[in-house]
Ligand binder design. Structure first.
Ligand SMILES: Nc1nc2c(ncn2[C@@H]2O[C@H](COP(=O)(O)OP(=O)(O)OP(=O)(O)O)[C@@H](O)[C@H]2O)c(=O)[nH]1
Ligand SMILES: [Mg+2]
Length: 764
């Protein structure tokens, strides 16, 4: 039977100090089976006895578990490491989700797993080292963390390895105990190399406790240093962390390690601190807390592991989840990252917290492939076919439908709305076929205007469209008149991106020629496509416009034996994601990547323009109906013509003069001269219902029919006028004729009277 050291080392030390002789080795536990066999009755069971029994049982288990070895390391070490590795893998997959739910739980889980791995690794390495023929630890082999690190990284197997274990507690510079160590180790190497469950649990427990402290400490650090991470603020953060947190946490770790893990006394703690505290701290400082640098503003999930002792040094910065490496995100503005990565860091942090809305609209002629593009973009049937009929027109989009979805990447929540619209060109009169889409866009802006006046804006949903993809039919002729008119009206309100659909209908040369033709037409008609802040170092997206796309979610085997999305023809495969075939990848990159932030922020300008014009329009309407003549004189001295906002052909509004109306002050002057309260009161005289009704006049189709009706009315009035005039003239002519007849009759009468008078003398 091997002699075992007692679990309570303090007893050994006491004995040793009292007698000055070598420590007494006592059987640490009484084998109850043997006691029973020998007929020894149970001693008085006090707390000590229970503890001893527990310790003994534990050691027995440890001994049994460590019997089977592979490469001198107990199999149990491999098992524990495997379990922990699986847990770590699972944790890293779900880490973002977990961290979003609760940073504390995520930190606890991470600490528990990593501390477990660290201790098991340390015990395994110690087992390997200690299983070698015993080498005496000469002189005062100061237990040094730096030595520990060196020993981990040093490939020279002859280097002394000093583990932070129970059995080595006495070698902290205590030359008296060298013999003891030599004796223990040589007497039973296995004893020192067994897997120590107690120590393992203690380490894990320390990680658990530290998680609470770390979460609090790093939220405090974040509240202190939330500015842009300049060199100074990063240094401040690192220094605060290293000078405040590390020294205290190291003291706590040593105290815990000595008293709980090694079951030492306060004297041991003091001795340990005296011998190795400064060197450990110095070593800790030398490593420069990469976490604090790499992660200056987030709630560090792993915390300052390096300050907690040697185990922390096993952590590597690369183990950080990508989204914590914020400093690297600011320099790597590479295409392919989610658009958020291109925001300045502070904006990015805000966005990370709140997520973002991105609204995208697809517009174009009927059957051009709008719905198919949405499916291709998300590689799924977002818009499902309602029928299995081969007739394509049965799957026609007949109304404007927003499809909402949420994308999560790197803990960033993107609430994406894709708006599918009915195709143009299906009406008899297609001149204003674009108007329903323009009206929808305006309605979204107006909703935001109205919502902004609400007392509670927590539920404010910004439905403003951030980008409108205009799909162009591939043809030999280029852009149609409908395309030109529609794009003109859309580009005045929104970020317009032209897209050539069904690029598989063209050869490469034809596609380039078509693209050139489209670009020329856009220039000729002064149609502005979205303006972007170009990303330095990246190819300009504006130069690529119009993008060309091929839509499909079906997969086929290509020439490289890979299954790719595409459209299969007899002549070959038109691949969706092949840059040589179309610009789908580039367009996706543009929409979901580097330009997303740009598109969102430039929509603000469009919204601001709309809001200003809309307010002026309302003001004009309110002014028309409510300003008295006295006020007009007071405001504008009655000098101004009445100014109202009317829709321009392009779709934007212009200020104009209303003929024949009462002279009113100009709207701009009204805004400048009068107080904002006055303007607001004036606006309130026109309620929203009335405003919405009035807005009908912005419908160009309505305006057109109004114009036609007016023209018809004028023609009718004119023809009636003419008729009346003719009739009047005819009457006058007849009257003249009658008058002439009467005159002639009268003349004849007079001549007859004269004749009668001449006959009178004869009769007489
Ligand atoms: N060759 C080719 N056909 C395509 C492509 N994209 C879509 N189509 C086909 O074009 C037809 C119409 O596609 P949709 O996506 O329904 O077109 P749409 O623009 O949504 O049509 P409306 O809803 O009527 O406005 C379908 O038969 C698609 O299979 C493409 O890239 N190449
Ligand atoms: Mg459709």
């Amino acid at each position: 039977m091997s002699v075992r050291l007692t679990g309570d080392d303090s007893l050994i030390r006491q004995t040793s100090l009292n007698t000055g002789s070598s420590p007494e080795i006592r059987p640490s536990f009484r084998n109850t089976d043997i006691d029973h066999e020998l007929g020894i009755s149970d001693p008085v069971i006090d707390d000590h006895t229970i503890k001893h029994r527990f310790d003994d049982r534990l050691r027995k288990i440890e001994h049994i578990c460590s019997r089977y070895r592979f490469h001198k390391v107990p199999i149990v070490n491999y098992l524990i490491l495997s379990v922990l590795a699986v847990l770590l893998l699972k944790l890293s997959v779900r880490y973002h989700k977990l961290y979003t739910k609760s940073s504390l739980i995520a930190t606890i889980a991470t600490n528990v797993v990593l501390y477990g791995i660290a201790d098991t690794m340390a015990q395994s390495i110690a087992a390997m080292q200690k299983s070698r023929p015993f080498r005496e630890v000469r002189s005062s082999s100061v237990y040094d963390i730096s030595q520990y690190i060196r020993s981990l990284s040093n490939s020279n197997p002859e280097d002394t390895f000093v583990d932070y274990g129970e059995s080595n507690r006495n070698n902290l510079g205590d030359t008296d105990s060298i013999d003891q160590i030599s004796f223990d180790a040589s007497s039973d190497v296995d004893l020192a190399t067994e897997f120590k469950f107690r120590r393992f649990v203690c380490f894990i427990f320390w990680g658990f406790i530290m998680a609470f402290v770390q979460v609090m400490w790093y939220s405090f650090l974040n509240s202190m240093y939330t500015d842009m991470p300049s060199v100074v603020s990063v240094l401040e953060r690192v220094l605060t962390d290293q000078l405040c947190f590390s020294p205290i946490s190291l003291i706590c770790f040593f105290t815990y390690g000595t008293i709980v893990i090694e079951q030492g006394t306060q004297e041991d703690v003091k001795a340990k601190l005296y011998k190795i505290y400064i060197s450990t701290l110095a070593c800790n400082f030398c490593q420069i807390d990469m976490y604090a640098i790499e992660n200056p503003t987030t709630n560090d999930p792993y915390g300052d592991m390096s300050a907690t002792g040697s185990t922390g040094t096993l952590m590597k910065v690369e183990e950080y989840p990508v989204h914590y490496n914020l400093s690297s995100a600011t320099v790597n503005l590479l295409p392919g990252e989610i658009g958020l990565a291109c925001l300045p860091i502070l904006k990015r942090l805000h966005a990370l917290k709140e997520g973002a809305n991105f609204n995208m609209m697809v517009v174009g002629e009927s059957g051009v492939g709008k719905s198919s593009f949405i499916n291709t973009l998300f590689d799924t049937l977002v818009i499902e076919k309602k029928t299995t009929s081969p007739k394509p027109n049965l799957d026609k989009t007949t109304e404007i439908i927003p499809y909402k979805m949420e994308l999560i990447e790197d803990n960033f929540h993107l609430r994406l709305t894709v708006i599918d619209t009915p195709g143009f060109g299906d009406y008899i009169d297609n001149r204003y076929c674009w108007y329903p889409i323009v009206r929808y866009i305006d309605e979204q802006y107006r909703r935001v205007v109205y919502q902004e006046n609400q007392p509670d804006r927590t539920n404010l949903v910004n439905g403003a469209i951030h980008v409108c993809l205009y799909f162009i039919v591939p043809s030999a002729t280029g852009l149609s008149q409908i395309d030109i008119e529609s794009m003109k009206n859309l580009s005045a309100r929104i970020n317009l991106v032209p897209v050539i659909s069904k690029a598989d209908a063209f050869t490469v040369e034809e596609l380039n020629a078509f693209r050139q033709r489209v670009q020329n037409t856009l220039k000729e008609h002064e149609i502005s496509i979205c303006e972007l802040i170009e990303n330095p170092g990246c190819a300009s997206f504006t130069d690529d416009m119009p993008f060309s796309v091929i839509n499909s979610i079906e997969r086929f085997e290509n020439s490289e034996k890979k299954f790719v999305r595409g459209r299969s023809y007899k002549w070959g495969l038109a691949e969706v994601e092949n840059p040589a075939h179309c610009d789908f990848v580039r367009l996706r990159e543009f929409l979901m990547g580097t330009s997303m932030a740009d598109l969102i922020s430039s929509t603000e300008n469009y919204y601001e323009n709309y809001r200003r014009d809309f307010m002026k329009y309302r003001l004009g309407k309110a002014l028309e109906s409510s300003v008295s003549d006295d006020e007009i004189v007071a405001i504008g001295n009655g000098q101004h013509e009445n100014e109202v906002m009317v829709p321009e052909s392009k779709g934007s509004w212009k200020s104009t003069t209303k003929k024949g109306a009462q002279p009113h002050p100009s709207i701009n002057e009204l805004i400048d001269t009068k107080s904002s309260t006055y303007v607001l009161n004036l606006l309130n005289t026109l309620n929203l219902k009335e405003t919405e009704k009035e807005l009908v006049e912005l419908n160009p189709a309505y305006l057109e029919s109004e114009k036609t009706m007016k023209k018809k009315f004028t023609e009718i009035v004119q023809s009636q006028n003419q008729k009346f005039k003719d009739w009047k003239r005819a009457l006058f002519e007849r009257q003249d004729k009658f008058n002439k007849d009467i005159e002639q009759i009268h003349k004849r009468l007079l001549s007859l009277q004269d004749q009668i008078k001449s006959l009178d003398p004869i009769r007489a």
